[in-house]
Write a protein that binds this ligand. Structure first.
Ligand code: GLA
Length: 408
């Protein structure tokens, strides 16, 4: 028989352990909401700070009417500049003139369309556009978002001198957990502190680079930082594929399809993002997009490569300078092959399937066309063939050929 003193001590110890497990530090990110890369739209690439509730509603309408929702796009994400001031108690308010109906009404509208609403904040005291950030208000902000009905938080990294990134993003993850509403946590720290090494249990995706810019192979300097075209962003993914998988993706930034590149460049850009299992977040004006832009964004066969259930990021298999071959193992034994022409002129390429054995040590998949033949289907044209005979390709300048292979 334990003395009352010991019993009290044991009870105290049990209570302490239970308390520790209930602490935010033991929280987890919401599971099951990004088993495939997120798909949606975000206001930043096209509108920057010039946003209001009407634009957001229009995008929700257009996402449905254009067929994008049917193709799998789900989130309407409001980026920087939606903010007003904090009230006396520190609760953040939307900008009164630009979002007069309030965020709850906007979320209701977007949910009414069968879509989800995302919002943007920043781990520092101010966002990149100088609006109120979440530093010191993380739990309050997550609670506010939950009350509004927000489903997705993009969390940026401006104004964060001397803040520990893992700690800052963990705090927001725990705040979302405590708020109790499933929200995707999209880490936007630009890859500065190697988030792929520590963010797997914190966010559902992490940006791997600085901001994208709608051009093929360029760097646009802004003084202390640069924005990047499609190829520089692709090249910055080297060594990262092992870190991606269901629920935790390498984010190559939002799409620039329809924002001024050529059709071939847009097709290549979309294919690359699909192959590398990046979130597919459109960044164009969905109300006025051309049929061609819409057809690129809604190519279901290409989207299926991105959304494949295995969640394996493509690997660069052959690198011949201006010509690259990328492969992605897919569910049920299928494979995707992307032939990328980085150069400024069209190229002809003959690919003898049987001459190359594919081995992916990271995902433990292999492919030997000498022992097994595959049928292939081109995902941007109607072409078909099989791997018993070599492939004769013409790949446009700044373009791709994308094939899906299925065992014969
Ligand atoms: C950073 C992010 C962008 C965008 C802007 C908004 O640059 O990387 O994606 O959110 O801030 O100010």
């Amino acid at each position: 028989m334990l003395s009352p003193i010991y019993r009290r001590k044991i009870r105290g110890l049990v209570a302490l352990i239970l308390f520790c497990f209930s602490l935010p530090g033991y929280a987890e990110k919401f599971p099951g909401i990004a088993d495939t890369p997120q798909m949606g739209w975000n206001s930043w690439n096209h509108f920057g700070c010039n946003i209001d509730e009407q634009i957001i509603r229009d995008m929700a309408d257009a996402m449905v009417e254009s067929g994008m929702k049917a193709a799998g796009y789900e989130y309407i994400n409001i980026d920087d500049c939606w903010h007003g001031e904090r009230d006396e108690q520190g609760f953040i308010q939307p900008h009164a003139a630009h979002f007069p109906s309030g965020m709850k009404a906007l979320a209701d509208y977007v949910h009414g369309k069968g879509l989800k609403l995302g919002i943007y904040s920043d781990a520092g005291a101010t966002t990149c556009a100088g609006r109120p950030g979440s530093r010191g208000h993380e739990y309050q902000d997550a609670l506010t978002y939950a009350r509004w009905g927000i489903d997705y938080v993009k969390y940026d990294w401006c104004d964060t001198d001397n803040i520990n990134p893992e700690g800052a993003y963990t705090t927001m993850r725990d705040a979302i957990h405590a708020a109790g509403r499933p929200m995707v946590l999209s880490i936007c720290e630009w890859g500065d502190n190697q988030p792929w090494e520590w963010a797997r249990e914190i966010g559902h995706s992490w940006r791997t680079t600085g901001d994208i810019y709608p051009c093929w192979n360029c760097e646009l300097g802004h003084g202390s930082w640069s924005s990047w075209g499609v190829l520089p962003i692709l090249d910055k993914q080297a060594g990262l594929r092992q870190y991606a998988g269901p629920g935790h993706w390498n984010d190559m930034d939002m799409l620039e399809v329809g924002n001024g590149m050529t059709v071939q460049e847009d097709i290549a850009h979309f294919s690359i993002w699909a192959m590398l299992a990046s979130p597919l977040i459109a960044g164009n004006d969905l109300r006025t997009m051309s049929r061609q832009t819409r057809d690129i964004l809604t190519n279901e066969a290409v989207i299926a490569v991105n959304q494949d259930g295995l969640g394996i990021q493509a690997m660069k298999f052959i690198d011949e300078g201006d010509f690259e071959i990328w492969v992605k193992p897919l569910a049920e034994g299928d494979w995707a092959f992307m032939f990328l022409n980085r150069a400024d002129s069209e190229t002809r390429y003959r690919y003898d399937w049987k001459a190359h054995r594919v081995e992916d040590d990271i995902s433990d998949h292999a492919l030997d066309f000498g022992s097994e033949a595959y049928a292939w289907r081109a995902l941007w044209t109607e072409a078909r063939g099989d791997t018993r005979s070599p492939l004769a390709l013409e790949v446009p300048a700044h373009g791709v050929r994308l094939l899906r292979l299925t065992a014969l």
